[in-house]
Ligand binder design. Structure first.
Ligand SMILES: Cc1cc2nc3c(=O)[nH]c(=O)nc-3n(C[C@H](O)[C@H](O)[C@H](O)COP(=O)(O)OP(=O)(O)OC[C@H]3O[C@@H](n4cnc5c(N)ncnc54)[C@H](O)[C@@H]3O)c2cc1C
Length: 1010
């Protein structure tokens, strides 16, 4: 059987993991693999070199570690060490140093102060044992908060959770609304205990019930707010407490946000929406305290992933909120230590043994092969050829890239092994850097052109995006998906500094854990003591080197690379990095190491050696995950060219942050796309695997945006709104009938809805400024509308009782005058919007009345013209009443609470009560719709039918003083018999309140779909 020839372009980790899987014994030698690699070594962003004339010191691209949640990366190293002929350590465990504690740097009076974070050693071994469930870890976090904040471990609850719950809730509610303080302490205790119990229960049953998630979200949100309210006074003076608060607030807000946005239950469906936000924005949106958002820990998270576009480390940074959340939840499920340092150079630890195993399996490595261009066929179906530049000529016998240290360890040199190259002497003399995009070294050999069918059957592109504008220029010109990806994926240059000193860190005065981040007054914002690697370097006894530190961070850089002809660019960037490092050693190092550094830099005799590096080359630049970029990543199998598979930390790999884990998964996905193997990728479910094999941007299912669309994607902001609000008695039987017809009947009883009471709200609103926040270019508009609201509950039968699980507003009639709002409301959310005209008391000619005309038929009959007809008249009687109540949202919403007391035929569940609390405190009003479209072939049928829910979030609220009396006349128009449908007396005297508010309507969810 002929073997499939696979050409892998790029020998970074992703390319090598692809080769590792394609040549696994399971593949039965089906593939003939060649790796084409620029320069003399493998590893790309994590390539390393040993400087032979300087005691074989290790020269890294930057600090490299594994997190204890890297299931696939650990598994790779474990498998590799089991088969490698000559690994640098006898076992994989010896290759790592677990790090259970880290240090963050806070600035106090302009001076850096260490903040030590202990992350306990967790059970299990990453790569070997199954990762724990996130619920167990959430419960653990809650226990930690319980111990730290409330100090209640082991004590009985102040309130028995039930049946006194409702009363406790009422007290809690009062407090939230600014009344009695007596329930304060017990509320927090209770919330914490309930949340803990629920998280543990969900963990036990691995619960996927959205109602439980919603309940937990509500509990934790209230708990977080409760903690915030009761912490304010202690935050300023008590450092320990402030740090505790920040951690607790970050944990709780993250979980609340993750639950609210469906990122735990259903990340696939929700990530894209959340990813439009930056992580800090998202934290704020979910109520995190500003002190948390600005904290060293959040800063440290951004530092960890160099999340500063253009290396602008002084700025706020940017990373997709959803991707970051998913990554943090994954990290929370670490096993063993949270961080694992390497005991030798990154390249020597991973790339060298990989290279040797792959060689032994028959993989061909073509070093000094620079991919210059991928040429697609004119019809865009496949890649025809690959043009490769060859700067030097290996001597007979080929190029063998590794060197052997006296210890026997096989290592990568920091420069080509010149003796193996025909042009070696000249190359060495020139000092040219063959890894550099800007090298002026002329190619010694004619270009190599690989032809599809002749030289390869399948191609794997393992070269990252900053290089694409050059090497994939034809693909970008040919395909929109490539243009989109190229335009949205951003990368940043980074900087690395290593120092070798005679004193140890402790001797220089540093006593905190030597894994440090969050230092926000330098671009070298993260550093680590990596002295364990000294044992693999060859410092002579007399050199007295006792310590090795690595410092790294983003390096300011343009998004667009200068042309290859700008040969001086690397020297300029290196000089900039060196200057920054020198300044760092003089201005900052002394804060950490006062015994070794002062304002002049290192004290005499301290610094033995120093290595500076500017990672500026296209493929060295760190892959960022800026807002709303992941959805433009192509998948392993979704290159849109039949014979091209993609891999790297830049493809859609489920992790989507630049890391070894993302890269390892990407390599496995590429192999799967080529061969169907492997199928078992930890953290990648069957759905995600299938998705990785298809195009990332399937045209089907995408809304085709065309000029003149009268609908735009949400959220919708409704600002400067004035509302006249009335409460009307209604017939509960009529309301029940309405709810059943709208929800119970179409869903076959899956969604059951009951009115809360025999009453409806009628509102007339005047929206001063409505806009689509994601289509700001469309401007803004005014809108007036009349709405009828049925406060309702979703119910289910539990043990013979009808239990209400969720509160919703049902909107049976909505009349408005804005065509875009009508189209968008109906098409996106499911609002039953009808066209009408609304006149308000202040309008000329209104006579102080409030009137609504509806485009309607009255009476039914073929001779009746459908036109605007008067639906509602509200004539002021001239009387007003004083209003003694509070003018806040909670006070207004308390009416709902009273409905609860008047409930009929159903019992509240815990979830409902928490949700009501959420409505009162967080001012979120959920709305429930039957969204449906008529079928084209038989318009009596629905081609789409769903029950949808959205949340309107009231962002500003004020009630104007005084109630105004009106006489109401509500017509029963034949096509919209409002009074009859809702059981409202058509003529009655009403009192109306006037309210001012701003509101946002955010994307919703489908509860049931046909
Ligand atoms: C400074 C720094 C520190 C990091 N620290 C960590 C960490 O602590 N933990 C962690 O998990 N992750 C870390 N990362 C991320 C991690 O290193 C990357 O995610 C990973 O190495 C990416 O591998 P890759 O195969 O996708 O790409 P690359 O490593 O970029 O591989 C691309 C390969 O293609 C080759 N190539 C490029 N252009 C051409 C061409 N024209 N022709 C032929 N070959 C070409 C390159 O030389 C390279 O070998 C860090 C990254 C950086 C930059």
């Amino acid at each position: 059987m002929s073997r499939t020839r696979v050409a892998i372009l790029g020998g970074g980790l992703s390319g090598l993991v692809t080769a590792w899987n394609l040549t696994a014994p399971e593949q039965q030698e089906r593939f003939e693999v060649t790796v084409y690699q620029l320069g003399w070594r493998l590893g790309g962003k994590c390539a390393t070199g040993r400087k032979e004339d300087e005691s074989d010191r290790i020269q890294e691209h930057g600090l490299h570690v594994f997190m204890g949640a890297y299931q696939n990366a650990f598994h790779l190293v474990q498998q590799l060490y089991a088969v490698a002929p000559d690994p640098p350590f006898a076992s994989w465990r010896e290759a790592f140093t677990p790090v259970p504690s880290l240090t963050l740097i806070e600035l106090v009076d302009g001076k850096p102060v260490p903040w030590i974070i202990d992350a306990p050693i967790m059970p299990g071994t990453p790569g070997i044992d199954i990762a724990p469930s996130i619920w167990g870890r959430i419960a653990q976090m809650l226990r930690w908060i319980q111990d730290g904040f409330l100090g209640l471990d082991g004590e009985p609850p102040v309130h028995p959770p039930r049946p006194g719950w409702l009363a406790a809730m009422a007290r809690f509610l009062r407090r939230m609304l600014g009344a009695a303080q007596d329930a304060v302490a017990s509320a927090g205790v209770w919330l914490l205990r309930e949340a803990l119990e629920l998280a543990e229960a969900i963990d036990r049953i691995d619960g996927q019930d959205p109602r439980e998630h919603e309940t937990l979200r509500s509990l934790l949100g209230s708990l977080r707010n409760w903690i915030a309210r009761h912490s304010a006074e202690r935050l300023a003076g008590d450092t320990e407490f402030r740090r505790f608060f920040i951690l607790a607030d970050l944990m709780l807000t993250s979980i609340v946000g993750g639950l609210a946005d469906g990122l735990i239950l259903n990340p696939e469906d929700n990530l894209q929406r959340v990813n439009k936000l930056d992580y800090k924005q998202w934290l704020r949106q979910h109520g995190a305290a500003e002190i948390t958002v600005d904290s060293a820990i959040v800063r440290g998270l951004y530092d960890l992933i160099f999340a500063y576009p253009q290396g602008q480390w002084r700025g706020d940074g940017e990373v997709e909120a959803g991707t970051m959340f998913v990554s943090l939840m994954g990290t929370a499920c670490y096993q063993g230590a949270i961080i694992w340092k390497f005991n030798t150079a990154t390249g020597d630890m991973i790339m060298a043994p990989l290279y040797e195993v792959l060689k032994a399996r028959g993989v061909t490595f073509e070093f000094f092969h620079r991919v210059d261009r991928l040429v697609p066929s004119a019809d865009g179906r496949r890649i025809e050829s690959v043009e490769i530049g060859r700067p030097v000529t290996p001597r007979e016998g080929g190029y063998h890239p590794l060197r052997t240290l006296p210890s026997g360890q096989r290592v990568w040199p920091d420069r080509p092994l010149f003796g193996q190259l025909v042009e070696g002497a000249a190359l060495e003399a020139s000092g040219a850097d063959l890894e550099s995009h800007w090298t002026d070294w002329p190619d010694a050999r004619a270009p190599l052109v690989l032809q599809a069918g002749r030289d390869f059957d399948r191609l794997v592109l393992a070269i990252p995006p900053a290089a694409h504008p050059v090497i994939c220029r034809d693909l970008i010109a040919q395909k929109r998906a490539w243009r989109k990806m190229s335009a949205t994926l951003r990368t940043t240059a980074t900087q690395n500094l290593q120092t070798w000193t005679t004193p140890t860190a402790t001797q220089m005065g540093w006593t905190a854990p030597g894994m440090v981040g969050g230092y926000d007054i330098s671009n070298l914002d993260s550093w680590a003591d990596i002295s364990e690697v000294l044992a693999t370097e060859t410092w002579p006894a007399g050199s007295a080197v006792a310590s090795e530190q690595i410092w790294c961070g983003p390096l300011p850089c343009p998004d667009e690379l200068p042309p290859a002809s700008e040969h001086a660019y690397p020297a300029r960037q290196l000089a900039m990095a060196e200057a920054a490092a020198t300044a760092f050693l003089a201005d900052h190092a002394r804060f950490f190491f006062p015994g070794g550094f002062d304002a002049n830099g290192p004290k005499p005799g301290v610094l033995v050696s120093r290595y500076d590096r500017a990672n500026i080359d296209p493929s060295e630049r760190y892959t960022l995950t800026v807002r709303d970029s992941t959805r433009h990543r192509l998948t392993a199998g979704g290159s849109t060219y039949d014979n091209l598979v993609l891999t790297g930390d830049w493809i859609e790999n489920g992790q989507n942050l630049g890391s070894f884990e993302a890269t390892t998964i990407a390599g496995m996905l590429a192999s799967h796309a080529l061969s169907g193997y492997p199928t078992d990728i930890r953290g990648v479910g069957a759905g995600a695997l299938a998705k990785a094999m298809s195009g990332a941007l399937p045209p089907e299912g995408r809304y085709v945006e065309l000029p003149g669309d009268a609908t735009f994607p949400g959220p919708i902001a409704l600002d400067d709104t004035t509302m006249w609000a009335f409460v009307l008695d209604a017939d509960i039987v009529a309301l029940t009938r309405w709810c059943q017809a709208s929800f119970d009947a179409p869903s076959g009883g899956e969604i059951r809805v009951l009115p809360m009471a025999g009453a409806v709200m009628m509102t007339v609103v005047d929206i001063g400024h409505g806009s689509f926040t994601e289509a700001p270019e469309m401007g803004w508009s005014r809108e007036r509308e009349l709405t009828f609201w049925i406060p309702a509950v979703q119910v289910e039968e539990r043990g013979g009782r009808t239990v209400a699980t969720r509160f919703d507003m049902v909107l049976p009639y909505l009349v408005l005058d804005n065509p875009v709002a009508i189209a968008s409301g109906r098409e996106i959310f499911g609002y039953r919007k009808q066209a009408g005209r609304v006149a308000l008391p202040g309008d000329a000619g209104s006579g102080g009345a409030l009137t609504v005309d509806l485009f309607a038929t009255e009476p039914f009959g073929d001779a009746t013209e459908e036109r605007y007809r008067r639906l509602l008249t509200l004539s002021p009687t001239g009387a007003t009443r004083a209003y003694a109540g509070e003018s806040n949202f909670g006070a207004g919403a308390r009416v709902l609470w009273d409905y609860l007391a008047a409930r009929r035929g159903w019992n509240p569940s815990l979830a409902l009560e928490l949700q009501l609390l959420d409505t009162l405190v967080e001012r979120r009003v959920p709305q429930l719709f039957l969204k449906q479209f008529r079928d084209v072939a038989d318009a009596r049928m629905a081609c789409y039918q769903a029950i949808t829910e959205i949340t309107a979030e009231v962002t500003r609220f004020d009630a104007l003083p005084g109630l105004v009396e009106f006489d109401m006349a509500l017509a029963n128009l034949a096509s919209s018999p409002v009074a009859r449908d809702l059981g409202i007396a058509p003529r009655q005297r009403l009192l109306g309140a006037r309210l001012l508010f701003d509101m946002a309507i955010t994307p919703g969810r489908v509860l049931w779909e046909l």
